[in-house]
Design a protein around this ligand. Structure first.
Ligand code: KG4
Ligand code: ZN
Length: 333
């Protein structure tokens, strides 16, 4: 049997995305970002996001299908949770209508499962992770260490007690006067600093081996900004703040690798686009003799290719189609 071809739709937050994936091959992946719309408010405004999805979804579906060469589809996969309800509804209703009109199975997908399996979207299958692997999932809403035993088999090992890593980047960026979303801005600014930093940001929750805490770092950055006033070296502040976030993530990642053996490791989610983090996790994985997989940058932040790929894994396994109901997919938080 040839590999299934799945149309993916993702509208959980502020990106309208449509993709077509065949097996592990991405035939098209269209992402229309609303970042410039929300920038003026310094964060995503749910009402405005839903409205922008309504405007973008039909053209995005047309473009996504035609960029893929309008192939024959086997199923439609759509993010149905978690996310902004108004935004999710736009994608779900569009997917339901198409599934009905084209008589195709509809596969509801948990957004985090999409991120979790995104390291499989590799042109070279050698770069894809091997089960069981340790995944560090770091996005704007989540920070989790997850043991991935197989498709649909996930065990959460640790998570954040307060902010998510991406949220910590975004809040830190705001304190430094940088635009939203702030992760990439902090990375760019931090790269301008060289030498030995004078500023210090402490690592949170050292006592808990697999859980994370970022709120103390944010407070420490606020104190630093207040104390330095106009003489603040913004690049140095961005550098130490990024270092503290990366250090925390790497520390817990290593702790998880020490608890049991894995065949590989992976990083996923928007924060996985951070080069300093990727390099650090790669080095730590090499120390443990396991292969590290990271998605291409375009599959780190929200995209429909990862959602379509989850659809591919469900479609290939006839037993799991029935499990694809909103309540029973992956016991992710
Ligand atoms: O996965 P994602 O696109 O959306 C969620 O599901 O939350 O992640 C967005 C998050 C934002 O907080 C953004 O600041 C962060 O990913 N991010 C980064 C970088 N690029 C995006 N954080 C650090 N370094 C980056 N280069
Ligand atoms: Zn996401």
């Amino acid at each position: 049997m040839s590999e299934p071809t799945v149309l993916g739709i993702e509208t959980s937050c502020d990106e309208t995305s449509v993709a077509v994936v065949r097996g592990r091959t991405v035939l098209s992946n269209l992402v229309s970002s609303q970042a410039s719309l929300h920038e003026r408010w310094g964060g995503v405004v749910p009402e405005a996001a839903a409205r922008a999805h309504v405007e973008a979804i039909i053209p995005a579906i047309h473009e996504g299908l035609s960029a893929a060469g309008s192939p024959k589809l086997d199923a439609i996969a759509v993010t149905n949770r978690p996310g902004l309800v108004g935004s999710l509804s736009v994608g779900v209703v569009a997917a339901q209508a198409l599934a009905k009109a084209w008589d195709l199975p509809l596969i509801p997908v948990h957004h985090l499962e999409g991120h979790l399996l995104s390291p499989f979207l590799q042109p070279n299958s050698f770069d894809a992770p091997e089960f069981p692997y340790l995944a560090l999932l770091v996005s704007g809403g989540h920070t989790e260490l997850i043991a991935v035993e197989g498709y649909g088999e996930y065990q959460v090992l640790g998570s954040t007690r307060d902010d998510a890593a991406g949220e910590a980047f975004d809040k830190g960026a705001k304190l430094l006067g940088l635009p939203y979303p702030g992760g990439a801005e902090i990375e760019k600014l931090a790269a301008q600093f060289s030498g030995k930093p004078r500023y210090k940001i402490p690592i949170g929750l050292r006592s808990e081996p697999l859980d994370f805490s970022f709120s103390g770092m944010k407070t420490a950055l606020l104190r630093l900004v207040e104390a330095e006033g106009d003489s603040l070296n913004v690049a140095e502040a961005a550098y130490v703040y990024q270092q503290a976030i990366v250090e925390t993530l790497a520390l817990k990642f290593v702790n998880a690798l020490e608890t049991r053996s894995f065949s590989g490791t992976a990083v996923a989610g928007g924060v996985a686009a951070n080069k300093i983090l990727r390099d650090r996790l790669q080095r730590e994985s090499e120390r443990f003799g396991v292969r590290f997989s990271a998605p291409d940058l375009s599959y780190c932040t929200d995209n429909a290719a990862m959602i379509a790929f989850v659809g591919v894994t469900r479609f290939s396994n006839p037993h799991s189609l029935a499990d694809a109901e909103p309540q029973s997919v992956a016991n992710l938080p």
